[in-house]
Design a protein around this ligand. Sequence first.
Ligand code: 5AD
Ligand code: SF4
Length: 437
Amino acid sequence: MNFSDSQIVGSIMTDHDFETTDNLADADLIFVNTCSIRDNAEKRVRARLQEFKRYKKQKPGLIIGVLGCMAERLKEQLIEEEKMVDVIVGPDAYRDLPRLLSVAESGQKAINVILSADETYADINPVRLDNNGVSAFISIMRGCENFCSYCVVPYTRGRERSRDPQTIVREAEELFSEGYREVTLLGQNVNSYKWDDGTGFAQLLERVAKVNPLLRVRFATSHPKDLTDELLHTMAAYPNICRSIHLPVQSGSDRMLKLMNRKYTREWYRQRIEAIRQILPGCAISTDIIAGFCTETEEDHQDTLEMMRWAGYDYAFMFKYSERPDTLAHKRYKDDVPDEVKSRRLQEIIELQQELSFRSNHADIGKTFEVLAESVSKKSGSELSGRNSQNKVVVFARENFKPGDYVQVRITSCTPATLRGKVVKELHNGHNPGALK
Ligand code: 5AD
Ligand code: SF4
């Protein structure tokens, strides 16, 4: 989401005669787009700011701006604590950047952290920063109103609002004509996408899938409570909608899920996974897990491990609970699981997931997948790296293929993180989202 927002900021700044540079020493202006989701994320931003100080010493006119969730959460406080910061801009105020910059250029501190009920930046054509020319993000909605008790996002990103579907489809069409072959539709909870004309997420996904059969479509993230069978059937009807669903479970314990205000039970979650398995055979499922949330017992933790084993996740993002100021959990519950217990539980979760990921990759050996080549492999110039529909990284011999090509690859070996295989034949016209064999 931040990556996508930075591209919007890039576009606004380009329209005001700035250009990007890879060299910090060259910059007249440094923006850092920030995340507040865990304390660690904020610590990293603060360390980064210290690093920028050096450049400001060398170039006193250098302007440093903090954008995004940390700007929104801390507001003026951030300027008081980090004196080198000149500009503070929340996620809904990027259109105001040129004005804020002129304030900063006059030597004053500039701040805009007003949240909006309707800003979607729909008319702004993102500058595609730092990308491979094959896959791109399209932001389809902003904000979140789910108020999971541990989460700061509803406070920093504000009200939920969807973007006009026409502008989304147009962006996908333009990307395709520029040579892109994969788009990822982004939102904090894509399943609550809703436009005034009645378009819901399933319809939107269908419209984007129809842009071209050779344009792959992915999306993130889905809240389990809103994952409908209708959406799964839409996915099943379009081979270019990727067979991969990110479905954050957070915990396998009903008691934890209730305290987290996730609005589903483990039983409901299991039924959603069963629906995916039935309607979309071969679909990869990934998840997010939080270890050590308030009052979590060994039994709750075992429930999470059991859920992981049952679901057999292909991939997971795993975190230690980090209390965020002003969230419901901060106000209502005690962050009472000792840090060493959180760390140990997280470690058990990570080890189990490594086993599950390896098992999932191992089961792919001998199967043939359609892979969208994305880039020359970092390790060896004679190899290409891409992903299959299930979002697994696949490495294969480069031959005469180039990024943007669809290639049939038979998997011959794997690590816990990557599949490796041999090219079977090139495929130009059509999709084979699942394994051929
Ligand atoms: N502590 C730890 N993890 C968190 N997440 C969100 N808030 C917190 C927090 N306070 C995780 C959730 C979410 C992912 C994006 O970040 O798992 O799905
Ligand atoms: Fe945070 Fe929950 Fe919204 Fe995700 S759905 S952004 S975890 S409040």
